[in-house]
Design a protein around this ligand. Structure first.
Ligand code: PHE
Length: 424
């Protein structure tokens, strides 16, 4: 019975009242674009694997085919997320049913792979998050997880890494400060050595992959001469200290990876209490956008030959935009469902990501972005109205006003029926 089950990447699950995986996401889970040798996602992850194979010979074991449906325990508990952490909720996470979710990050497999005896590994995974809509966010994307550990009494000496002039490196981190503390079970020295190895490894990887594209003179042929990378303090429940790496692209800092010194509880729990280590999780699409100069994250999912035919296995080439089709925006304004009557402080039950998903479900990849442009609360009725601007644009053709109107009406209808808003 089709209505009581859902099939995700070849496995069938029983639906229940927690199921919130739309058909479009189940379909994305079957695409396996990281296995396509000529999709930039597939090209990029092979470049990273090759870098680790050649520059860290026989260190990292690679995985790329672990099924995306996991338990909340694997995705959150084994990584020490508190039980009330917001990312566990159905407004951020896709629930297959009460007991299973689509992994929200590649870190979901850290504990399991460590417990199986893997001390150093690279893992490529498709991951899923209910999120906002814009040029660098898509609810299905890919991450590469890297995990490296060392025997506590054999920490690596540190040969310096020279990055050369093609990378401008800004390090704003402050490990050991109150903002980014080290773990009390680690000595200052060992924590610093692990963190230094992490930074060295990732900077070396970025230099290796981006370096050939950069250099003085390249700007005259349309390329950048320098890659700007910034390391900043971050917070993750499963690392301390924690860092994020950002890359300068399209006039802003784009967050491309999270990382840090692995919390000792995780290594202890996996039977490696004699070791210390680091982990990172990088967003493949974000880095591939910079590397291949791809302006919009939706393009990775395009079946259009004008996109796919541009790329070759193992090669980095600059994406050539094929005609720009015009965008067309339409606004939708609605009253949010009111909170429990007579309680002026109660919040509305409206969840923005539910609205985002309706937009995506009805209009699919024809939506470029959705932004709230206005919000106000009527002081006498205490009702709140919001206006969202939906920007429609196809990557491969002109959209007619009539067809957008049909989509826009459908979104308004669904918002009224499913979310209880009142369109104004
Ligand atoms: N899993 C984190 C994320 O998706 C990234 C991360 C991986 C951070 C490993 C630290 C260590 O945001």
């Amino acid at each position: 019975d089709q209505t009581s089950t859902i099939t995700i990447a070849g496995s069938t699950y029983t639906r229940d009242d927690c199921t919130n995986v739309p058909g479009s996401i189940a379909a994305a889970a079957s695409r396996r674009i990281h296995h396509l040798p000529t999709n930039p996602v597939g090209i990029f992850r092979r470049l990273v694997e090759k870098h680790f194979r050649t520059c860290h010979t026989n260190v990292f074991r690679t995985f790329d085919d672990i099924h995306p449906v996991v338990t909340p325990k694997a995705n959150f508990d084994t990584l020490l997320f508190p039980s009330d952490h917001p990312s566990r909720g159905p407004s951020d996470t896709y629930y297959v049913n009460r007991d299973l979710i689509l992994r929200t990050h590649s870190s979901a497999h850290q504990a399991q792979l460590l417990a199986q005896g893997n001390t150093d590994f690279l893992l490529t995974a498709d991951v899923y998050r209910r999120d906002e809509i814009d040029r660098s966010h898509y609810p299905a994307f890919h991450q590469m997880e890297g995990v490296r550990t060392f025997a506590r009494d054999e920490l690596p000496p540190l040969p310096p890494l020279s990055l050369g002039p093609s990378i401008e490196l800004i390090d704003e981190t402050s490990a050991g400060s109150s903002k980014n503390p080290i773990q009390s079970v680690h000595t200052k020295e060992e924590s610093a050595l692990v963190a230094a190895d992490l930074k060295r490894t990732l900077n070396g990887m970025l230099l290796d992959i981006f370096g050939p594209l950069l250099g003085v003179g390249k700007e005259s042929v349309g390329g950048p001469s320098q890659l700007k990378i910034r390391w900043v303090d971050a917070y993750f429940p499963f690392t301390a200290p924690s860092y994020e790496v950002e890359v300068w692209y399209q006039g802003k800092w784009l967050e491309v990876l999270g990382s840090g010194v692995t919390r000792q509880e995780i290594l202890d729990g996996a039977g490696h209490s004699d070791r210390v280590g680091w982990a990172f999780g990088l967003g493949i699409e974000r880095l591939a956008m910079v590397l291949f100069r791809i302006p919009d994250i939706r393009l990775f999912w395009s079946g259009d030959d004008r996109f796919l035919s541009q790329f070759e296995e193992g090669k980095v080439t600059e994406f050539k935009a094929y005609s720009k089709y015009p965008a067309c925006y339409k606004d939708v304004s609605f009253w949010l469902p009111s909170a429990i009557r007579d309680d002026k402080s109660a919040k509305s039950t409206f969840v923005e990501n539910d609205f985002m998903e309706i937009v995506r479900d009805e209009a699919g990849d024809l939506v470029e972005d959705v932004a709230m442009v206005d919000e106000f609360t009527n002081p006498t009725t205490n009702r709140t109205s919001r206006c969202y601007r939906i920007n429609y644009r196809s990557m491969d053709r002109n959209l007619t006003n009539d067809e957008i109107n049909v989509l826009h009406r459908a979104i308004e209808k669904r918002a009224e029926v499913d979310l209880g808003v009142e369109v104004r």
